[in-house]
Design a protein around this ligand. Structure first.
Ligand code: SF4
Length: 252
């Protein structure tokens, strides 16, 4: 097992960091790469990238990759998985999406992939806003959260309640695994890695749709320092989004 300080071989050499300072995407991508290494999946994997800041991961991972239209990553992953299976080939297929992509524009594709029990894995980075386009309110913005499109803060009367993606995906009969993790300290980074590993292993075992939601920082749009951002996740966001495993088909 690699330590969090080792550089996985699935990471491209000489990649240049293009995320904002303190953004958690870098840590999340490294964990994904480590798990791919440890499970020996690099050669047989097809990554489906999405729209938003998350798309940049294809600059860092040495993998076969396709970019889906906005919100359609789970639908594209379904097609790739099934098309290979028809030809007698088993490919490992996963998506890496932001919360706006997975839970707003792509909610239909995401939810129905879980309901169909597609044997793919989806990773959703939840930073509670549309990061790349300027920090607009997303379906995951918490009550009271000030964004560029909710300058008085999100309120339930006008905007409704935030979506708890991991809990919703867990309710789908085709889901094998659904968890929410965070990256604000080493203990939680290791838990996040374990959740990604379990989700990937369940796909390898053909158990159905596996899902990991990662609570992550967006210091630029939150207008906070990296440290303040992690404090916000630990002390504020986890009240709306509790961490944990919401479905594990082998242990429920
Ligand atoms: S806008 Fe937010 S999510 Fe996007 S790279 Fe910057 S900090 Fe990360």
């Amino acid at each position: 097992m690699q330590t969090i300080f080792e550089t996985p071989k699935t990471i491209k050499e000489n990649s240049r960091f293009s995320f904002c300072p303190g953004c958690d995407h870098g840590v999340a991508i490294k964990l994904v790469a480590q798990v791919l290494d440890e499970l020996g999946l690099q050669e047989n994997t097809i990554l489906v990238a999405s729209s938003g800041c998350s798309v940049n991961l294809y600059d860092y991972l040495e993998l076969d990759c396709i970019e889906a239209p906005h919100g359609r990553a789970c639908a594209v992953a379904t097609g790739i998985k099934r098309a290979h299976k028809v030809q007698g080939k088993e490919k490992f297929v996963f998506t890496y999406q932001g919360d706006g992509d997975f839970a707003s524009i792509g909610l239909g594709e995401s939810l129905h992939s879980a309901l169909r029990g597609e044997n793919i894995t989806a990773i959703c980075i939840n930073n509670t806003n549309f990061g790349m386009t300027g920090g607009q309110m997303g379906p995951t913005s918490v009550l009271g959260q000030i964004t560029s499109t909710s300058p008085q803060g999100r309120n339930k009367e006008t905007h409704g309640f935030p979506i708890k993606t991991a809990e919703h995906i867990a309710l789908c009969d085709g889901t094998s695994f659904s968890a929410r993790v965070a990256l604000f300290d080493v203990k939680n980074i290791l838990k996040a890695k374990n959740a990604i590993k379990k989700a990937f292993e369940y796909q390898k075992q053909g158990l159905g749709f596996s899902f990991v939601e990662i609570l992550a920082s967006c210091p630029t749009n939150w207008r906070l320092s990296p440290l303040e951002s992690h404090n916000k996740i630990e002390n504020e966001l986890t009240k709306t989004y509790p961490l944990g495993i919401f479905k594990d088909i082998k242990n429920d």
